[in-house]
Design a binder for this molecule. Structure first.
Ligand SMILES: Cc1ncc(COP(=O)(O)O)c(C=O)c1O
Length: 386
C-alpha cells in the first residue's frame, strides 16, 4: 500500500528483502525531485540561494518537524549535517578547564560514546556509564544514578541502537531526571524520530532532542537536527557564522553573540540538498495523512507477521526466544536477536545475504529492521528452514 511511494529504490533492489532499514531507509521517490529542485534553485538564485533557504526551506522544515514532535517553537530546531557535529557543539558548552561529570549508558551510538570516552582521558572529566540491561530496571537505575551526583550532562537514547529497547514514557523519564538534577539533559532520538509517536511538548523547555533524516524519515544522510530548549543561554565554543543569525549583531561586538533561538547551536555553510529531501518526504507524509502513529502501527504488524513466520521455521538460534528485548510495546522499529557467537552470527547474516535478505550484525547481535515500504506478504524466510 505504501510501496507506491518508494518505486525507484524498490525497482533498483528487486529480488532483495531489505531488513536493514534501521540503518539506511529507502528514500521515497519525492526525494529525487527534491535533489533536482535544489540544483535548479542553486542555478536560479546563485548567491541569493541562502536568503531563500533561510526564509523558506528552513522554517518550513522546522515547522514540519515541530508538528511531528509536538514542539511549540519550531525556531528552536537547528540543523547540522550529522549528529556528531551537534554532540560536539553540546560538549563545547562546558568549560573543559573545570570538572565535568557526565552520566550516560553503555548503549549510546559511537558518535557520542567514542567522543566522551576520548574526553574522559582528561583527569577532570568523569564518565559514569549505566548498563541498559536488565531492561526492566533501566529507567529506575538511571534516574537513581542521576540523583546521586551533580552531573553537568546527562545523555541517553530514546531507543537503544543495539537492542531496540525504548524508553517507555519519555516525558516521565525526563521529568524524573529533571526533578533530581540540574544537568543538561540530552535525548538521542535518532531511532525514535518518525518511528515512535513522540510528544515533546511537556519537556520542550528542558530537553535537547537529537535526530536526523537518514533512518526512519527516509530523507538520506546529511540532515540532522536538534531541538534546543527555549531560553537556552548556552554559548557553545564550537560555533560557526550561522549561529549569529537572528542577533542584532552590531558588526564589531566585543563579545561573540549568539542567535536567540535554536540557531545558537548552528555551525556554518552546509549542503542543504539533504534538507530539501527531508522537507519533501515530510510534506508527502503530511499530504497523504501518514502520521507517525500510522507508521508505528503498520510496523508493529509487520514485526508480528515476521515473528510468526520465523517461529514456524523453528530455527535453533533465530527465533522469538532469542529476541533481546521481549516487550514489543516498548520497542523501536528493528528486532535484535542474540543468537550465537559472533562467528555464528556473522555466518547467519552471510547465509541470509546469499538469499537476498539484507540485515546487519554486531558481535553476537543480528538486527532486522521494518519499514513502510515492506509488505509482510512478501516476507520469505525459507532459506532458514532446516
Ligand atoms: C542512536 C544513533 N544516534 C546517532 C546516529 C548517527 O550519528 P551521526 O549522525 O553522527 O553519524 C546513529 C546512526 O546509526 C544512531 O544509531
Amino acid at each position: 500500500m505504501y510501496q507506491q511511494f518508494y518505486q525507484r529504490f524498490l525497482t533498483a533492489n528487486k529480488g532483495k528483502q531489505h531488513f536493514a532499514c534501521h540503518s539506511h531507509h529507502y528514500w521515497p521517490d519525492v526525494s529525487r525531485d527534491a535533489m533536482l529542485e535544489y540544483w535548479d534553485d542553486s542555478a536560479r538564485l546563485v548567491d541569493d540561494k541562502w536568503r531563500y533557504i533561510f526564509a523558506e526551506k528552513v522554517p518550513q522544515t522546522q515547522q514540519l518537524i515541530a508538528d511531528i514532535l509536538h514542539l511549540p517553537q519550531p525556531e528552536q530546531i537547528v540543523f547540522a549535517p550529522n549528529t556528531h557535529e551537534l554532540v560536539m557543539r553540546l560538549l563545547s558548552c562546558f568549560d573543559l578547564r573545570q570538572p565535568l561529570k557526565i552520566l550516560t549508558t553503555d548503549s549510546e551510538f559511537h558518535s557520542f560514546s567514542r567522543q566522551v570516552k576520548r574526553l574522559a582521558e582528561y583527569d577532570n572529566v568523569q564518565l559514569d556509564i549505566i548498563p541498559t540491561e536488565p531492561f526492566a530496571s533501566f529507567e529506575q537505575r538511571f534516574s537513581q544514578a542521576a540523583s546521586q551526583q551533580q552531573y553537568q550532562l546527562i545523555f541517553c537514547s530514546q531507543v537503544f541502537f543495539n537492542s531496540g529497547f525504548a524508553i517507555s514514557d519519555l516525558t516521565a523519564f525526563v521529568s524524573r531526571l529533571s526533578a533530581v538534577s540540574e544537568a543538561m539533559i540530552v535525548i538521542d532520538g535518532y531511532h525514535g524520530f518518525m518511528a515512535l509517536p513522540t510528544d515533546l511538548s511537556a519537556i520542550a523547555e528542558r530537553v535537547f532532542y537529537l535526530a536526523g533524516s537518514y533512518k526512519y524519515a527516509g530523507g538520506g544522510e546529511g540532515c540532522c537536527f536538534m531541538a534546543v530548549p527555549l531560553g537556552s543561554l548556552e554559548r557553545p565554543l564550537y560555533t560557526g557564522w550561522f549561529a549569529e543569525f537572528g542577533t542584532l549583531a552590531a558588526e564589531k561586538s566585543a563579545t561573540v553573540l549568539y542567535s536567540e533561538d535554536g540557531y545558537r547551536f548552528a555551525g556554518a555553510t552546509m549542503d542543504f540538498s539533504a534538507l530539501y529531501r527531508l522537507n519533501a518526504v515530510l510534506r508527502l507524509f503530511k499530504q497523504q495523512g501518514i502520521s507517525v502513529g500510522r507508521i508505528h502501527q503498520y510496523v508493529q504488524q509487520l514485526q508480528q507477521v515476521f515473528l510468526h513466520k520465523l517461529d514456524a521455521l523453528q530455527h535453533p538460534r533465530l527465533n522469538s526466544a532469542s529476541l533481546l528485548a521481549q516487550d514489543l510495546n516498548q520497542h523501536g522499529h528493528f528486532l535484535t536477536f542474540r543468537c550465537g557467537t559472533p562467528a555464528e552470527v556473522a555466518e547467519l547474516a552471510a547465509q541470509l545475504k546469499r538469499a537476498g535478505i539484507e540485515t546487519d550484525y554486531r558481535g553476537d547481535r543480528l538486527r532486522f529492521g521494518f519499514a513502510l515500504y515492506h509488505n509482510s506478504a512478501d516476507y520469505d524466510l525459507s532459506c532458514l528452514a532446516g
